[in-house]
Design a protein. Structure first.
Ligand code: HEM
Length: 197
C-alpha cells in the first residue's frame, strides 16, 4: 500500500510548483509574476513544514505507520520549496545584488527570521538520510527537534511581512499551536499520572 502512496504523494507535492510554472508560462500570474512566485513558494514551505509536523499526531490518531514513512519526504519538500523561495528572492527580487541582500537580512526582521529558518532547515535536510540517522544516533533526534523552532520562525516571518491583513498568518499560528498542543498533551497527562486515552 505504502509503495503506492509514496509516489502519489511525491507527485502531489510537486504539483504546486508545476502549476506555478504552467501559469507563469501562460502569463497568468498577474501584474507581478515574480512576487507571486516568491509568495507562493514561501507559503508552500510553511504548509509543508506544518504537514510534516502533523505526521506524528496523525500516526497516533490512525494507529497506522504510513504517516511516519512519509514524514521525511514531506520535510524534504519543505526544504525544496524554501530553496525555490530563496532563489526567487535572490535572483528575481534582487538580481544577485549581495550587498543589498545582506542589508535586507540585517535591516528587515522578517528577512532575518526567514534566513534563520532557512539556515536551521539546511542541516535537517542534509542529515535526513538513514545513514546520517545511524551515524548521529541520539543526537539526530535532538537536531531534528529544530523543526519546531523553524516552524515558529516561519510563522513569525509571515507575521512580520504582512502589512495589514493578519488573517492568514493567524491561521498558520493556530494550526502550529494545535500541533504543539497535541504533542504536549499525552506527555503532560502521563507525567501527572492521568491516562491520555
Ligand atoms: C523556512 C523558511 C521560510 C518560510 C516558512 C517562509 C514563508 C513565507 C511565507 C508564508 C510568505 C508569505 C506568502 C504570502 O504572502 O502569501 C513569505 C514571503 C516572503 N519571504 Fe519567506 N519564508 C522562509 C524563508 C525565507 C527566506 C530565507 C527569505 C529570503 C532571505 C524569504 C523572503 C521572503 C520574501 C521576500 C517574501 C515576500 C514578501 C512580500 O511580498 O512582501 N523567506 N515567506
Amino acid at each position: 500500500m505504502l509503495r503506492l502512496i509514496k509516489p502519489i504523494v511525491f507527485i502531489l507535492c510537486l504539483l504546486p510548483l508545476v502549476m506555478l510554472f504552467v501559469n507563469f508560462y501562460h502569463d497568468e500570474l498577474g501584474a507581478n509574476p515574480f512576487e507571486v512566485l516568491t509568495r507562493s513558494s514561501g507559503e508552500w514551505t510553511l504548509r509543508f513544514l506544518l504537514i510534516t509536523l502533523a505526521m506524528t499526531p496523525l500516526r497516533q490518531l490512525t494507529g497506522s505507520a504510513w504517516p511516519l514513512r512519509l514524514r521525511r519526504m514531506l520535510g524534504l519538500f519543505s526544504f525544496f520549496y524554501v530553496c525555490v523561495h530563496l532563489i526567487t528572492y535572490v535572483v528575481l527580487d534582487h538580481f544577485f545584488d549581495w550587498d543589498e541582500i545582506l542589508l535586507d537580512i540585517i535591516k528587515r526582521p522578517y528577512i532575518t527570521f526567514g534566513m534563520l529558518a532557512f539556515i536551521l532547515l539546511t542541516p535537517l535536510a542534509m542529515t535526513s538520510t538513514k545513514k546520517m540517522m545511524k551515524r548521529l544516533g541520539r543526537r539526530w533526534k535532538s537536531l531534528h527537534k529544530l523543526i519546531y523552532v523553524i516552524a515558529i520562525l516561519g510563522v513569525l516571518h509571515f507575521f512580520l511581512l504582512v502589512k495589514a491583513d493578519l488573517k492568514e498568518p493567524v491561521i498558520y499560528a493556530i494550526i502550529l499551536l494545535v500541533l504543539f498542543a497535541v504533542r504536549i498533551k499525552p506527555t503532560f497527562l502521563l507525567k501527572s499520572g492521568l491516562n491520555p486515552q
